[in-house]
Design a protein around this ligand. Sequence first.
Ligand code: CA
Length: 213
Amino acid sequence: MAIADLARLTSGTHTQTDSVSRSNAIQKALRKVQGLSPIQDSVLIGNVPSIWPVLSKYANDDSGGGDQAIITVPPPEFIWDQRNFPGGEIRYFAHAVKFTSPNDHLVISAVFADNAHRLFIEERGPGGALIQSFTPVGGLADGLMVPQASQTDDTTSPFNWQKIRLWSSDDIIPESTNNYLVVSFEVMNYLTADTLNPAGLAYFIDIYHALET
Ligand SMILES: [Ca+2]
């Protein structure tokens, strides 16, 4: 069966963000891809502590069989909703792409977060209605979503922010091509006594689909 690339999604200013809820971030992501408003683009924050692991492409990337639509997508950027990072805060991020076929899809992801995060990959209707979840109930888990976990759980190297979480799956079959594949994140910045306590998110998602059912 032939397989084709559909999209590469990487964190950047097009990633939508919200300080209140994942649902709000998803609404913004769906509006962004449909050319509607209001939206809220994420802020590029750079490698704040200079020691975060960087998700980057190979210099001679030929992903997607060399398809320019894939390999010209910029590598992931470190993002947040603003340039300050209070300890204990949770921020939400989302990115949507429209399904173009009813066939089996393959999604491959790599995610960095400072400090903990949950990743959700879902089919959503154009207005945001949840159609189905491809990730576990409550999202894929990276670290405890507890502000004090930096003092109780995430206390030795490799720290949570040093881990790149990997996930992939096939059997991602949309109910309708009117719907969207929506990737969303809930990210928590732990409390710490350190002077510098940055928060950030960076991700890479490749989506492929079968050309026949
Ligand atoms: Ca932090």
